[in-house]
Design a binder for this molecule. Structure first.
Ligand code: VAH
Length: 309
């Protein structure tokens, strides 16, 4: 059975629905810090779990005979800058709890999300390689870089089967994002439909790696279903689909909403975005476990506007 911690988050929500469709609703236990009134909670088994409470997690694992855990709870980049101590605590200690449960053989497999935020201002920005300089300059990035080191350590020393992906910015219509720097690329669709205008908190030329949520969920399930011997990288895999700038996504939206207007008013998140790569080399994921993205800016924009209108 599968436990998703952080099942009501931006990734967790769609991940829960997809996993329930594949493995059966009763075999996928959703959990989050609070019981919200949404379809993740109302469509299958749900438990209130604090990702920082080891005993709570251990109890749920024993109660439901869980063998796989997807740990999706975290503070993202923008929020983490405002709450560094809590962000470090939540992002790191939730990981240690799950790694230690696997070390104690209480669970068999872990998925843990990393991010392009592990890269920093000294990382080569274009087609960033799988192995390169990682000097993250954000609290979130530091926690993800450290988490990757611990995942690899627990795999090498204790044989823990933990698998991880460095997600780019993720865009979805079904869940609002929570405190990320790439969230402009989600907000813009809502605002284009509601107001036909959007004030972007990043400058128009800020190129960032992005991915449609459908691709991100498919990659998450693919890496977890791959035979263990194919997972050669136990820190975290680079993963990519597309890169675009705010001006490019605005132009794509204008093909559907001709009088859509974009203005730019960069805020503190510009500095975070400027520390991240513009594009990512994900050849290792494509080689080791057959990754292949399906969504680009044009078909994603059509799909987003179609779902949100
Ligand atoms: C964030 N959406 O903006 C997340 C992600 C690469 C970006 O880590 O913090």
């Amino acid at each position: 059975k599968i436990l998703i911690i952080g099942a009501c988050g931006q990734i967790g929500t769609e991940l829960t629905h997809k996993l329930r469709a594949i493995y059966g609703t009763e075999n996928v236990i959703a959990s989050d810090i609070r019981k919200l009134n949404n379809d993740v909670v109302n469509s299958g088994p749900f438990e209130v779990v604090n990702a920082l409470d080891f005993n709570q997690i251990e109890h749920i694992i024993e109660q439901y005979h869980i063998d796989e855990v997807y740990l999706m709870a975290a503070l993202l980049s923008a929020t983490a800058e405002k709450n560094p101590a809590f962000a470090w605590d939540l992002n790191m200690n939730s990981l240690f709890h799950v790694l230690n449960l696997a070390k104690a053989k209480k669970i068999k497999k872990i998925f843990w999300p990393s991010s392009i935020a592990v890269f920093g201002p000294t990382t080569p920005r274009n087609q960033t390689p799988q192995y390169t300089i990682t000097e993250p300059s954000t609290v979130y990035g530091i926690s993800k870089q450290s988490g990757e080191r611990w995942c690899e350590y627990y795999h090498n020393i204790f044989g823990v089967d933990v698998r991880s992906i460095r997600y780019p910015g993720l865009i979805s219509w079904s869940t609002p994002p929570g405190g990320g720097t790439t969230d402009y690329a989600v907000d813009i669709y809502y605002k284009a439909l509601a107001d036909k205008k959007y004030e972007c908190f990043l400058s128009g030329q800020t190129e960032l790696p992005m991915m449609y949520m459908d691709d991100a969920i498919r990659a998450t399930i693919a890496i977890m279903q791959a035979p263990a011997e194919n997972i050669k990288i136990r820190s975290s895999y680079n993963l990519a689909a597309m890169s675009f700038t705010p001006t490019e996504i605005a132009a794509e939206i204008q093909k559907h909403i001709p009088d859509f207007e974009m203005t730019y008013n960069p805020d503190f998140r510009q500095k975070i975005a400027d520390s991240w790569p513009a594009s990512i080399d994900d050849s290792a994921a494509r080689k080791d476990w057959g990754w292949q993205h399906q969504w680009e800016l044009a078909n994603m924009t059509a799909d987003m506007l179609d779902h949100l209108k």
